[in-house]
Unconditional design. Structure first.
Length: 468
């Protein structure tokens, strides 16, 4: 007996030939898509189904993949607005990251995961860089487990960087970092039927010693997992890395043998042509964060040049302290518009390419393209149902990809399935009694953290338009 038959839908498969099937159905058994095709044929073939979902007038997409996040930062939304990066770090990020505790991480994680899920995201790579007290990463994993989302925890670390103003509270001894990473890998990697994975996440190349980078590469290979690292987000990243390692971060990663197919470089805004060739040569992957890059004025990543030479680029929100949300639908539109205006060329990037970045290319970026990223027989049942008539913004829907990228919002995401399990049903999360109660509680954790971290004054800041 089938578990689910989603019928009468427009299915955006993202398969190799990028087929969009009309009046089509998807059959789900346990965690997998077992059939996909014409509704009449599938209805005839599968007479016994636990639940039939009629998606007439609606579209089904593969679940979006958010390749870079700092979920705890959802407690900091709006506390660091309109600042240059160094002030944003010192006045908002660092004091919060140095003060946060595990329960607050969990509530920040819940808010971020809910936002992701409402925007059709089924896989999140969270880069947990705050490690000011033991076992903070466990709060992130707890949020993954509670919500049923597919989650990768990148255990962040910095073992140096004090000379650049990084607070002592966030810098850890190598032995402590190594012990915690091994604990997380042994406890959680591939747990919950494989939905939870653990990666290694040096915060930046210039915040990591050669010894720690070498060790990370060795362990990632041993555990058959990935490494993700912030790279060339700003010119400062390249300068600081040259001071520490004698060359920019891109060269350092290649020189130390870390740049490879399981290496996901975050941002890559300030790349040279040689860097781009190097990334392609090593088959390293890129996580593109348009919202954050604009919010912090980091610059415009050379996405058309990267994709032109065949570098895999996934899409991401980054943390909500520099976005200020975890809404992947919003990122689709920003990713497209950012390149169009920068190049003064509306043809430079298409809505189709942007959706590839958020689905099949995102899957490739995290080494999971055989399992997720498209709707095909044998793949995991990770998908969402999109209802265009849930809002005026998305009506009429002439082409589902155009509507999702340019005219949609979280209001349109009616159902989300991960691993064949429905985690959002009729617009509501299935794993919570009251989403509103959780959000109100998260506000309390956010206020409490702001008080402890000394960022509370940002809540009552003076009006600032005249200063500019
Ligand atoms: Zn980041």
């Amino acid at each position: 007996m089938l578990d689910y038959l989603i019928k009468n839908a427009t299915i955006v498969t993202m398969n190799k030939s990028r087929e969009i099937l009309k009046n089509a159905s998807i059959a789900v058994f346990q965690d997998r898509i077992v059939d996909i095709g014409d509704t009449k044929a599938l209805e005839h073939k599968y007479q016994e189904v636990k639940r039939v979902i009629d998606a007439e007038g609606k579209a089904v997409f593969p679940g979006l993949i958010n390749t870079h996040n700092h979920m705890f930062q959802s407690l900091l939304k709006g506390l660091g607005d309109d600042r240059v990066l160094s002030d944003w770090l010192v006045e908002c990020m660092f004091p919060s990251a140095a003060t946060i505790d595990q329960e607050a991480v969990y509530y920040g994680g819940l808010v971020a995961t809910l936002d992701n899920i409402h925007s059709g995201t089924t896989t999140i790579l969270d880069y947990m860089h705050a490690q000011s007290s033991p076992q903070l990463s466990d709060g992130v994993i707890k949020a993954f487990k509670k919500t049923g989302v597919r989650g990768i925890l990148g255990r962040g670390y910095m073992d140096l960087g004090e000379q650049f103003g990084t607070p002592k509270a966030l810098i850890q001894d190598k032995a402590v970092i190594q012990e915690d990473i091994l604990r997380l890998l042994d406890t959680y990697h591939n747990s919950d039927d494989g939905r939870i994975k653990v990666w290694l996440a040096p915060a930046a190349v210039w915040l990591s010693s050669k010894e720690m980078l070498d060790w990370s590469k060795k362990i990632a290979d041993e555990y058959n997992t990935g490494i993700t690292v912030h790279c060339s987000e700003t010119p400062f990243d390249r300068q600081a890395c040259t001071e520490i390692h004698g060359m920019p971060d891109t060269d350092t990663l290649a020189h130390y043998g870390i740049m490879g197919p399981n290496c996901l470089l975050v941002h890559c805004v300030h790349l040279t042509d040689r860097d781009i060739r190097m990334l392609k040569f090593h088959d390293a992957k890129v996580s593109h964060n348009p919202g954050s890059n604009m919010y912090l004025s980091s610059g415009v990543a050379p996405i058309p040049r990267l994709t032109e030479v065949g570098v895999t680029v996934g899409l991401a929100t980054d943390g909500a302290a520099s976005n200020n949300s975890n809404d992947m639908i919003e990122m689709l539109k920003l990713a497209a518009l950012m390149q169009k205006v920068t190049h003064q060329d509306p043809t430079i990037i298409t809505s189709d390419k942007v959706l590839e970045m958020a689905t099949i290319d995102g899957a490739r970026a995290i080494g999971m393209e055989d399992e997720i990223g498209s709707l095909e027989i044998g793949k995991k049942a990770d998908l969402f149902i999109f209802d265009p008539f849930a809002s005026a913004k998305s009506t009429p829907m002439h082409h589902p990809v155009s509507t999702l990228v340019y005219s949609a919002s979280e209001q349109n995401v009616e159902m989300v399935m991960v691993d064949g399990r429905i985690i959002l049903d009729n617009f509501k999360p299935t794993f919570l009694e009251s989403e509103r109660a959780v959000l109100i509680q998260a506000q309390e954790f956010a206020d409490d953290l702001a008080r402890k971290a000394g960022t509370y004054a940002n809540k009552e800041r003076p009006w600032r338009s005249l200063a500019y």
